[in-house]
Design a binder for this molecule. Structure first.
Ligand code: DAT
Ligand code: MG
Length: 140
């Protein structure tokens, strides 16, 4: 078994729609531990670092604008295989395509082309997790 940490974000659409509790409930029900939870109003600098891999893509500016539109719930979750495990709980990036049973599949609205409004972020590798935890929890 591999105990890992991952960075989860409940994005501004999830916070605005009152889904933070439902999303954290699913994380805890799976058996993962919440190591830190903080409501953060992201800064442009934080988002430029967090989404550096997407700079220059057509959805980059709308994504950053959306992430600046309200508070985000930043979470560090711990558990056996939690990095891949949370991405499995989250479902496919596009809520329209995400399978039932997943956070995006069950709770994501079909907003047309607004794929960025997909409720959650989860780190995609151990390296991303440590990098992203440093962005959202700089004191840790
Ligand atoms: P994920 O969040 O599933 O890891 P990603 O890292 O490829 O997906 O992209 C980061 C975010 O950018 C994603 O959550 C939503 C947005 N996004 C990705 N692809 C998009 C697209 N084709 N159109 C609009 N937004 C997109
Ligand atoms: Mg990603």
């Amino acid at each position: 078994s591999t105990i890992e940490r991952t960075l989860i974000l409940v994005k501004p659409d999830g916070v605005r729609r009152g889904l933070s509790g439902e999303i954290l409930r699913r994380v805890e029900a799976k058996g993962y531990t919440l190591a830190a939870v903080e409501l953060v109003h992201a800064t442009p600098d934080q988002l430029a670092t967090h989404y550096a891999e997407h700079e220059g893509k057509p959805f980059y500016a709308p994504l950053v604008d959306f992430m600046l539109s309200g508070p985000t719930l930043a979470v560090i979750a711990e558990g056996d295989g939690v990095i891949a495990g949370f991405r499995s709980l989250a479902g496919a990036t596009d809520p329209t395509a995400a399978a039932p049973g997943t956070i995006r599949g069950d709770l994501g609205r079909d907003w047309g082309l607004k794929v960025q409004q997909n409720l959650v972020h989860g780190s995609d590798s151990p390296e991303s997790a440590e990098r992203e935890i440093g962005i959202w929890f700089p004191q840790s």
